[in-house]
Design a protein around this ligand. Sequence first.
Ligand SMILES: Cc1cc2nc3c(=O)[nH]c(=O)nc-3n(C[C@H](O)[C@H](O)[C@H](O)COP(=O)(O)OP(=O)(O)OC[C@H]3O[C@@H](n4cnc5c(N)ncnc54)[C@H](O)[C@@H]3O)c2cc1C
Length: 108
Amino acid sequence: MENKDKTSKLKVIIVGGVAGGASCAARLRRLAEDAEILMVERGPYVSYANCGLPYHVGGVIARESSLLVADERVFREQFAIDVRTRCEAIAIAPDKRPSIFAIRSPAR
Ligand SMILES: Cc1cc2nc3c(=O)[nH]c(=O)nc-3n(C[C@H](O)[C@H](O)[C@H](O)COP(=O)(O)OP(=O)(O)OC[C@H]3O[C@@H](n4cnc5c(N)ncnc54)[C@H](O)[C@@H]3O)c2cc1C
């Protein structure tokens, strides 16, 4: 996360949303207000309650939408985080500068 060039913005790409990725993105925004943050998630949801799934399957939680914690709009509008769902990271090269990063976004 080190940004040696003090004149340029910190740029961070987070692979995967949900528990770790979405928490990381929100925390990072609080730590670095002007950072450029991109979060790619290969699934359709960026933040949902995994632990509630058994209750939904068992009928205790009736609506699937009750499991959704925050959607793309919340991350964009409240945290200024660029979120891309249905978008899979297929290559990274962290030893290169700038890091090479490739994503694949199937048709929605
Ligand atoms: C049914 C169930 C019940 C659970 N109940 C509990 C509980 O009660 N208490 C508890 O503490 N924990 C519980 N857990 C575990 C908890 O949900 C996990 O520990 C937690 O989700 C792990 O978070 P994570 O961010 O590491 O991984 P994940 O939640 O798996 O998130 C990783 C995300 O990264 C995305 N991803 C992966 N590779 C790529 C790629 N190349 N490009 C783009 N996106 C990618 C995936 O699509 C995924 O959405 C439960 C899990 C399940 C499945």
